[in-house]
Design a protein around this ligand. Structure first.
Ligand code: HEC
Length: 266
């Protein structure tokens, strides 16, 4: 019911028009049925009845057909521009709707799995239910004892990383830290849409405002190094081994300097 009420105006107009056309059609059928019952005289098949006279064909008949033509041309001359004018607004509405659904899904992926949220991936287990951060037991490589590894809050992550860096971090994880990789391209469980949902969700909960918010005000293309571990607890600092960047130096042949960085291109 609320869905019906929430329909946008153009959809409502189209619905009303559809219902009116349907009613008109029914009324027309009824009119036909009633007329048939009248006294029709001899039953001559339509194809064998005498046609209209030249007089009628050249004036009344022709003018009627042309009149309908003009009417339909006028209707489309109004209808098409009206559609066209409404289109940008419609697109914006659609985009807002899609993004808010995406945020909704993102918050489901973010929370832990539970009876109410069977599709949770449990970012909240480490990053906290409100993305407030925390810590998680972790045994760095080469160490014996687990330590309490600090987990950054994500409600202000846009103050540190822009969208692309957030995407890279979620997709690939952070080598040598508890942050796992989540993209199916990096042996994780999530597809690109799910990661986009998470990013939309994170952007929607930011406490960082204004220019400080790098997600909404991306830094102008300056070559920043890929985000590394924020807490330096790891011995033998891990070098980012992102498979996709391996192809960057391969174009030495001179023949194809194109940006083909796909891993399976050797
Ligand atoms: C096992 C614990 C754990 C889980 C689960 C986890 N993270 Fe993380 N995440 C971390 C840790 C620890 C870091 C910080 C790594 C470092 O030191 O650089 C981190 C870093 C990040 C960062 C970068 C933050 C920054 O300020 O640099 C993002 C973004 C992020 N995680 C998103 C996610 C998302 C989204 C999920 C769920 C799909 C998730 N994480 C699940 C532990 C986890």
């Amino acid at each position: 019911m609320t869905d019906l009420l929430a329909l946008s105006t153009p959809v409502t107009i189209a619905l009303v028009a559809g219902v009116l056309i349907g009613l008109g059609f029914v009324a027309w059928l009824i009119a036909l049925a009633i007329r048939k019952r009248g006294d029709r005289g001899p039953d001559i098949p339509p194809g064998m009845r005498p046609g209209p006279s030249d007089e009628v064909l050249e004036r009344r008949q022709r003018e009627k057909v042309m009149g309908w033509g003009v009417l339909f041309v006028l209707l489309s001359a109004i209808w098409l521009p009206a559609l066209w004018l409404g289109e940008p607004g419609q697109n914006v509405d659609d985009a807002i709707e899609l993004i808010s659904r995406s945020e909704q899904r993102g918050s489901q992926w973010f929370q832990e799995t539970s009876e109410e949220n069977p599709t949770g991936y449990g970012c909240a287990r480490c990053h906290g239910e409100e993305a407030q951060g925390g810590s998680v037991p972790f045994t760095p490589e080469g160490e014996e004892e687990p330590i309490e590894y600090p987990v950054p809050s994500l409600s202000d992550v846009c103050g540190r990383l822009d969208v692309e860096e957030i995407r890279t971090t979620i997709e690939q994880g952070r080598e040598g830290t508890p942050m796992p990789s989540w993209s199916v391209s990096y042996e994780g469980p999530m597809n690109d849409q799910q990661i986009l949902d998470l990013i939309n969700y994170l952007v929607s909960i930011q406490t960082v405002t204004g220019d400080a918010n790098l997600c909404l005000n991306p830094p102008v293309a300056d070559e920043e190094p890929a985000p590394g571990p924020t807490a330096s607890v790891t011995p033998g600092a891990p070098t980012g081994e992102e498979p996709q960047q391996g192809g960057a130096g391969q174009g030495g042949g001179g023949s194809s300097p194109g940006p083909e960085a796909s891993p399976g291109n050797a």
